[in-house]
Design a protein around this ligand. Structure first.
Ligand code: ATP
Length: 298
């Protein structure tokens, strides 16, 4: 298990923040082998800082990171795969050469690095670009190469900072499929993202960070259970004032009136809706991750 515990980090201040800037104020969560963990939060919440500390690029002021019960050291981190926010490819190096080079840096033999590179280029759809310099690739293809670099040494753990940003849906599927394969093989995967629909689709567990603190962490089902379900009722062309006095909000779209409520008596709502007009929809909906997120960071 990867365990991140009570991380704190303050950056030295500038003229606008002479006392320094607290980036992390007790961030902690665990990721099990084979678990895909989505790390979400608003801009500046502390995701990149957390990942940099996990990878040893930054040092925490306090707190700890351990893998399989041992504090992380250089050797353990070398067995991790990392996609940094600032990316880290050599722009002039060719695609195949680059992936192989990183494989060698992580200790693979030349034949092993070559084999892994060939497999990954095929899997991620960049085999045809093998002889092109990275700088000649589109953003999406550069990102595929970046993921290949993170995966080439068959890492024990994957830490990926916004791996899906800027990708088209086909590239998202290619990357997601590759990550899911690694997960099924027992690798814990952490990735940060602002694409909450994607996080909801892919992740077993989600952590929400706000202003350097964890405000929620757990499976999507657990986070949902902590929120109220919403009753959504759609009535066509209802009598005016049909929902007066009911808790919740009514939005009007043409002749469709949509009532959303978490606290009204459902039978009372149904009676009023039937009396008012043609009931097109009446159902209880679970909150989406976007709704949970907005609630958690509010
Ligand atoms: N090197 C640094 N020096 C000073 N402040 C920093 C530094 N790196 C990060 N910060 C500050 O720490 C806070 C957390 O930043 P971080 O990059 O971890 O957020 P994030 O959640 O990754 O945001 P985003 O979604 O925008 O990438 C921010 O207020 C940021 O301005």
């Amino acid at each position: 298990m990867l365990e991140i515990s009570e991380l704190r980090k303050r950056f030295a201040g500038g003229p606008d923040a002479p006392g320094g800037k607290v980036a992390l104020d007790g961030v902690g969560f665990s990721v099990r082998p084979g678990e895909m963990y989505g790390f979400v939060g608003a801009n500046g919440a502390g995701k990149t800082t957390t990942m940099r500390i996990v990878m040893g690029v930054l040092q925490a002021d306090s707190g700890s990171v351990s893998w399989q019960g041992r504090p992380l050291d250089y050797d353990a981190r070398r067995r991790f795969g990392y996609m940094p926010e600032e990316r880290g490819l050599y722009q002039k190096m060719r695609v195949a050469e680059q992936i192989e080079y990183f494989g060698r840096l992580h200790g693979l033999s030349a034949p092993a690095a070559h084999k892994a590179t060939e497999e990954l280029m095929e899997r991620l759809g960049v085999a045809e670009r093998r002889n092109e310099a990275v700088q000649a690739l589109s953003l999406g293809n550069q990102q595929r190469v970046q993921l290949a670099v993170a995966l080439v040494h068959d890492p024990e753990v994957l830490v990926l900072d916004e791996p899906f940003s800027g990708l088209d849906p086909i590239a998202v599927d290619a990357l997601a499929g590759t990550l899911q394969e690694r997960c099924r093989g027992g690798v814990p995967v952490i990735f940060s993202s602002h694409q909450l629909d994607l996080v909801e689709r892919l992740c077993d567990a989600v952590g929400i960070v706000a202003r350097g603190r964890m405000v929620a962490s757990g499976t999507v089902a657990e986070l949902r259970a902590a929120e109220s379900d919403t009753l959504r009722v759609v009535v066509r062309d209802p009598a005016p004032g049909w929902a007066d006095g009911l808790p919740g909000t009514v939005t009007v779209n043409g002749d469709r009136h949509v009532l959303r409520t978490t606290s009204a008596d459902d039978q009372e709502v149904l009676r009023r809706a039937i009396k008012a007009g043609r009931v097109e929809h009446f159902g209880v909906e679970q909150p989406t991750l976007t709704e949970i997120f907005k609630e958690a960071v509010a």
